[in-house]
Design a protein around this ligand. Structure first.
Ligand code: 5GP
Ligand code: ZN
Length: 112
């Protein structure tokens, strides 16, 4: 999608600290990290919201979680623990309308 920041990162029209990519999924560092490890895992296909997901997207979603697992290991937070978050829409504070899985870790994370 032309106006989407994350599509621009995928298309190399905008820089990002990319730490993983394959044909379906990309992962990069969040520009404003809220934890020592804060990565975003996104599908290369533009999907705006988790609530727009369809059954045909199930492989992509599965891959996103497997990539999260692999990255967590590589970042050294697999043993200590980490949080996976998907904000959906306004009340959750979703600010970028391209589906993304936050991976947060590297310290004890507060929980409201
Ligand atoms: P949301 O609030 O939508 O769940 O999360 C969006 C995340 O994207 C935020 O944590 C924000 O810091 C991050 N972000 C926004 N714009 C950019 C960008 O241009 N580059 C990177 N790497 N992260 C971004
Ligand atoms: Zn997009």
């Amino acid at each position: 999608m032309t106006n989407c920041i994350f599509c621009k990162i995928i298309n190399k029209e905008m820089p990002a600290d990319i730490i993983y990519q394959d044909d379906k999924v990309m992962a990069f560092k969040d520009i404003k990290p809220v934890a020592p490890v804060h990565l975003l895992i996104i599908p290369k296909k533009h999907i705006s919201l988790a609530c727009d997901l369809e059954l045909k997207d199930r492989e992509i979603i599965g891959k996103m979680f497997l990539v999260a697992q692999k990255i967590a290991r590589e970042q050294g937070v697999s043993e200590t623990g980490y949080r996976l978050v998907i904000n959906v829409g306004k009340d959750a504070g979703q600010t970028v309308a391209h589906l993304h899985l936050h991976l947060l870790g590297g310290e004890k994370l507060p929980w409201a």
